[in-house]
Design a protein around this ligand. Structure first.
Ligand SMILES: [Zn+2]
Length: 277
C-alpha cells in the first residue's frame, strides 16, 4: 500500500545555524538576527487548518523553544489535537556541529533531547515519540541516545527511492529511521520530499506529484517548515503570496488523496503495521 506522511518542522522563523553558538538564529531582517517566531506561529495555524479541512492527520516536529513562544498565542494542546507531536530539539541545535563547528557531547545532546521532551509534553500533554534533528544533522550516536530513551523513530535522514520502494528501516541500535525521500523530477534531476523549494518559488506542486508517483509500496515522508508558508529566505510574504503558498500545499495534498495515497502519522505507521510493509 502507498502511504504518505505530512510532517511539519515547527521551528524558529527562517532558522540559521550560527558559527560557535549552540542555539540557532533567524535570518537577519533589518540587521537583527535574533530568533523570531511569529511566522512560525501563523504558518502552523494555517497548516493545521488546512490538514483539518482535508481530514489529514499530520506529524508536527516541535522545536521546544519555538513551541513555547507559539503557545503564548495559541493553545497548542487544542490546536494539535488529532495530530502527532514529535521533537525537533530544544533551541534548534546543530547536534552534530557540522554547521556551527561546535560539537555536543553525548551528555549535552541527551540533555537537549530530555529538556525538549519535557517542554513539549508540558505544552501538548503528550511526550514525543519521534525526533527530527534540526538541519537533518544526525548520526549514529544521536540515534543511540534516542533509542535508549524509548523513542520509536527518527526522521532526519534522506533515502533514495529504490525499486519503487521508500519507507522506514531499522537501525542497529533498535530505533526505526523513517527517512525523507529523494527521487527525480521530470527532467531527471534530483528532487527531495521536503517542500521548501516550492515555497521559494523553485518548484511547483506537479513536481511533488511526480515524486509521489515513484513508489508502489511503503511510506513517503513529505516535510515542510511551519514558517515557510508565511515567510521565505527573501523576506515576509504579502497576503496574496501567503494564500498562493498555502494553495500550493493544498494542491499537493488534494491530488495525493485523489491518487489514493493514504495519509498516516509517523507514530501510527512506525508503531503500528510497519512489519506488513
Ligand atoms: Zn528545523
Amino acid at each position: 500500500m502507498r502511504r504518505t506522511a505530512f510532517t511539519v518542522d515547527v521551528d524558529r522563523d527562517v532558522n540559521v545555524p550560527l558559527p560557535g553558538k549552540r542555539t540557532a538564529g533567524s535570518a537577519p531582517r533589518d540587521g537583527d538576527g535574533s530568533p523570531r517566531f511569529s511566522s512560525s506561529a501563523r504558518g502552523l495555524i494555517l497548516l493545521v487548518e488546512l490538514l483539518d479541512e482535508l481530514g489529514i492527520r499530520g506529524t508536527f516536529f516541535l522545536e521546544a523553544e519555538a513551541a513555547q513562544h507559539i503557545a503564548a498565542e495559541v493553545d497548542l494542546r487544542r490546536l494539535l489535537r488529532g495530530h502527532e507531536v514529535a521533537s525537533h530539539g530544544l533551541s534548534h541545535e546543530d547536534l552534530t556541529g557540522a554547521s556551527t563547528g561546535l560539537p555536543f557531547t553525548d551528555a549535552e545532546r541527551g540533555d537537549v533531547i530530555d529538556r525538549a521532551a519535557k517542554v513539549i509534553q508540558g505544552l501538548t500533554g503528550r511526550p514525543p515519540r519521534g525526533f527530527r534533528a534540526p538541519y537533518q544533522h544526525a548520526d549514529d550516536a544521536l540515534y543511540k541516545l534516542l533509542a535508549g530513551r524509548g523513542y520509536l523513530y527518527d526522521s532526519s535522514a534522506t533515502d533514495d527511492i529504490a525499486g519503487r520502494w521508500i519507507g522506514p528501516r531499522a537501525l542497529p541500535c533498535g530505533l526505526i529511521e523513517a527517512p525523507l525521500a529523494r527521487g527525480t523530477d521530470v527532467r531527471g534531476k534530483h528532487i527531495h520530499s521536503y517542500l521548501w523549494p516550492m515555497h521559494e518559488g523553485k518548484r511547483r506542486p506537479d513536481d511533488y506529484l511526480h515524486l509521489l508517483d515513484q513508489y508502489d509500496d511503503g511510506l513517503m515522508v513529505l516535510a515542510t517548515h511551519s514558517w515557510h508558508v508565511v515567510e521565505t529566505f527573501a523576506g515576509p510574504l504579502d497576503e496574496l503570496q501567503v494564500e498562493a503558498n498555502l494553495n500550493a500545499v493544498k494542491a499537493v495534498l488534494e491530488k495525493a488523496l485523489e491518487r489514493g495515497l493514504k495519509f498516516v502519522t509517523l507514530e501510527e505507521h512506525v508503531g503500528g503495521d510497519r512489519h506488513g510493509e
